[in-house]
Ligand binder design. Structure first.
Ligand SMILES: Cc1cc2nc3c(=O)[nH]c(=O)nc-3n(C[C@H](O)[C@H](O)[C@H](O)COP(=O)(O)O)c2cc1C
Length: 372
């Protein structure tokens, strides 16, 4: 049997959900699985018709589709939802129609039933033959009893597909209504009892039902509510599941994500950096030195040096730049205002640059860490 796995985690292969899929794969080596990292690659899927079609073609040739996704904010991840929207927008329902479908989620069981119902409804709308869903707790793979249940679930799905089990549509199609909401004439305001009220909206225009409801609600709490429109707060993209926001409530978009959203042209490590540096300098002979010096090959090239800072200056010459920095500090220059750690960092950097001024390519590891 050929099963297409549509991965709804923004973490792609490294997701918890894909560990559950990997487990199922291992238990059923007789079946073939092909995974598409939908949530992780949504920008490419949306911008490249080729990628989108590749997924559809694979689904057409499959025996069943496994919607494997984590719960993100009581539902599927926004990128996964976007994929579903694209299927409808691009009228690509044919690829899904008549295919068996199952759901596997990982979560902490907070509103997982809502996400399952939503996805089941989508399967119904796509004309798929829904044959079961499984909601795993994100740590369930550690429990033997849970692993057994997962195997039983997977077996039941393969059985259903194998015997062409009948299925029944559960959710009736939604019909769109064109009701215009007209707020009632002023009602007495509700006392918010000193509480701060925040209304979060994504209404693009004011003169739509949602806009009118927002205004009405605001008036109902005495006009004191703060209205936050999601379009005004510069969201760079969907949640990446990195939980960096856990530290200071700031969303970090970097690395791979920066590539996906077009902030950088290419990703690479040290090797790529050397290649680019060589191209840029067009030097025939390459001499590369790493700073700070690696402690050992095992500890990695960016490990902190275990030598004294002064020992890693190879050139042996008096670093004139750092002397100037020191003089500047001694003379009460602007650097004096810096905290100790920052001053030490600046001096260290100046020493390194000076020591390697004759070196064609200079690579400085991200060792300088300034705490203000
Ligand atoms: C931003 C965010 C929102 C989440 N929202 C929910 C939720 O509403 N309900 C829930 O049960 N679990 C929620 N979780 C937990 C994840 O579903 C769970 O950790 C999952 O196993 C992550 O899978 P993944 O590694 O495949 O992305 C959330 C996790 C994150 C990072």
């Amino acid at each position: 049997m050929k099963i297409i796995v549509l991965n709804g985690s923004p973490k792609g292969d490294n997701s918890v959900t894909m560990q559950f899929v990997a487990f199922v794969k291992k238990k059923f080596p007789q079946h073939e699985f092909e995974t598409f990292n939908i949530a992780q690659r949504i920008r490419q899927i949306e911008s490249s018709g080729e990628t989108f079609n590749e997924i559809l073609e694979a689904i057409k040739l499959s025996d069943g589709v496994l919607w494997a996704f984590p719960l993100y904010v009581c539902l599927v991840h926004s990128h996964y939802k976007r994929f579903i929207e694209l299927v409808f927008e691009r009228d690509a329902l044919d690829a899904f129609r008549g295919k068996y479908a199952a759901i596997l989620t990982t979560s902490v069981h907070f509103y997982d039933h809502t996400a399952h119902n939503y996805m089941h409804g989508i399967c119904d709308d796509l004309g798929m033959k829904f044959c079961g869903s499984y909601s795993a707790g994100m740590h369930d793979l550690f429990e033997e009893a849970e692993r057994k249940k997962l195997v039983l679930f997977a077996q039941s799905i393969f059985d259903a597909i194998g015997r062409a089990a009948p299925f029944v549509r559960q959710f009736p199609p939604l019909t769109t209504q064109s009701v215009r909401y007209t707020p009632e004439a002023s009602l007495p305001a509700v006392d918010a009892a000193g509480k701060k009220v925040v209304i979060v909206t994504d209404a693009r225009e004011q003169d739509v039902n949602l806009g009118r409801m927002t205004e009405r609600f605001k008036a109902a709490v005495g006009g004191q509510a703060e209205v936050v429109n999601l379009h005004d707060i510069g969201i760079k993209g969907g949640c990446l599941g990195c939980i960096q926001c856990g530290y200071d409530n700031t969303c970090v978009y970097s690395g791979k994500d920066a590539l996906e959203i077009g902030l950088v042209d290419e990703l690479g490590g040290l090797r790529e950096a050397i290649i680019h540096a060589k191209r840029a300098t067009q030097l025939p002979k390459l001499e590369v030195r790493l700073l700070p010096e690696p402690k050992s090959a095992i500890e990695g090239i960016f490990a902190k040096p275990d030598k004294d800072e002064t020992d890693i200056i190879h050139a042996g010459t008096l670093p004139s730049v750092s002397m100037r920095v020191r003089q500047l500090l001694a003379s009460g220059g602007v650097l004096e205002a810096l905290p100790d750690s920052a001053r030490a960092g600046v001096i260290r950097l100046a020493e390194r640059i000076e020591a390697f001024k004759g070196t064609p390519i200079l690579l400085l590891g991200p060792e300088v860490n300034l705490h203000w």
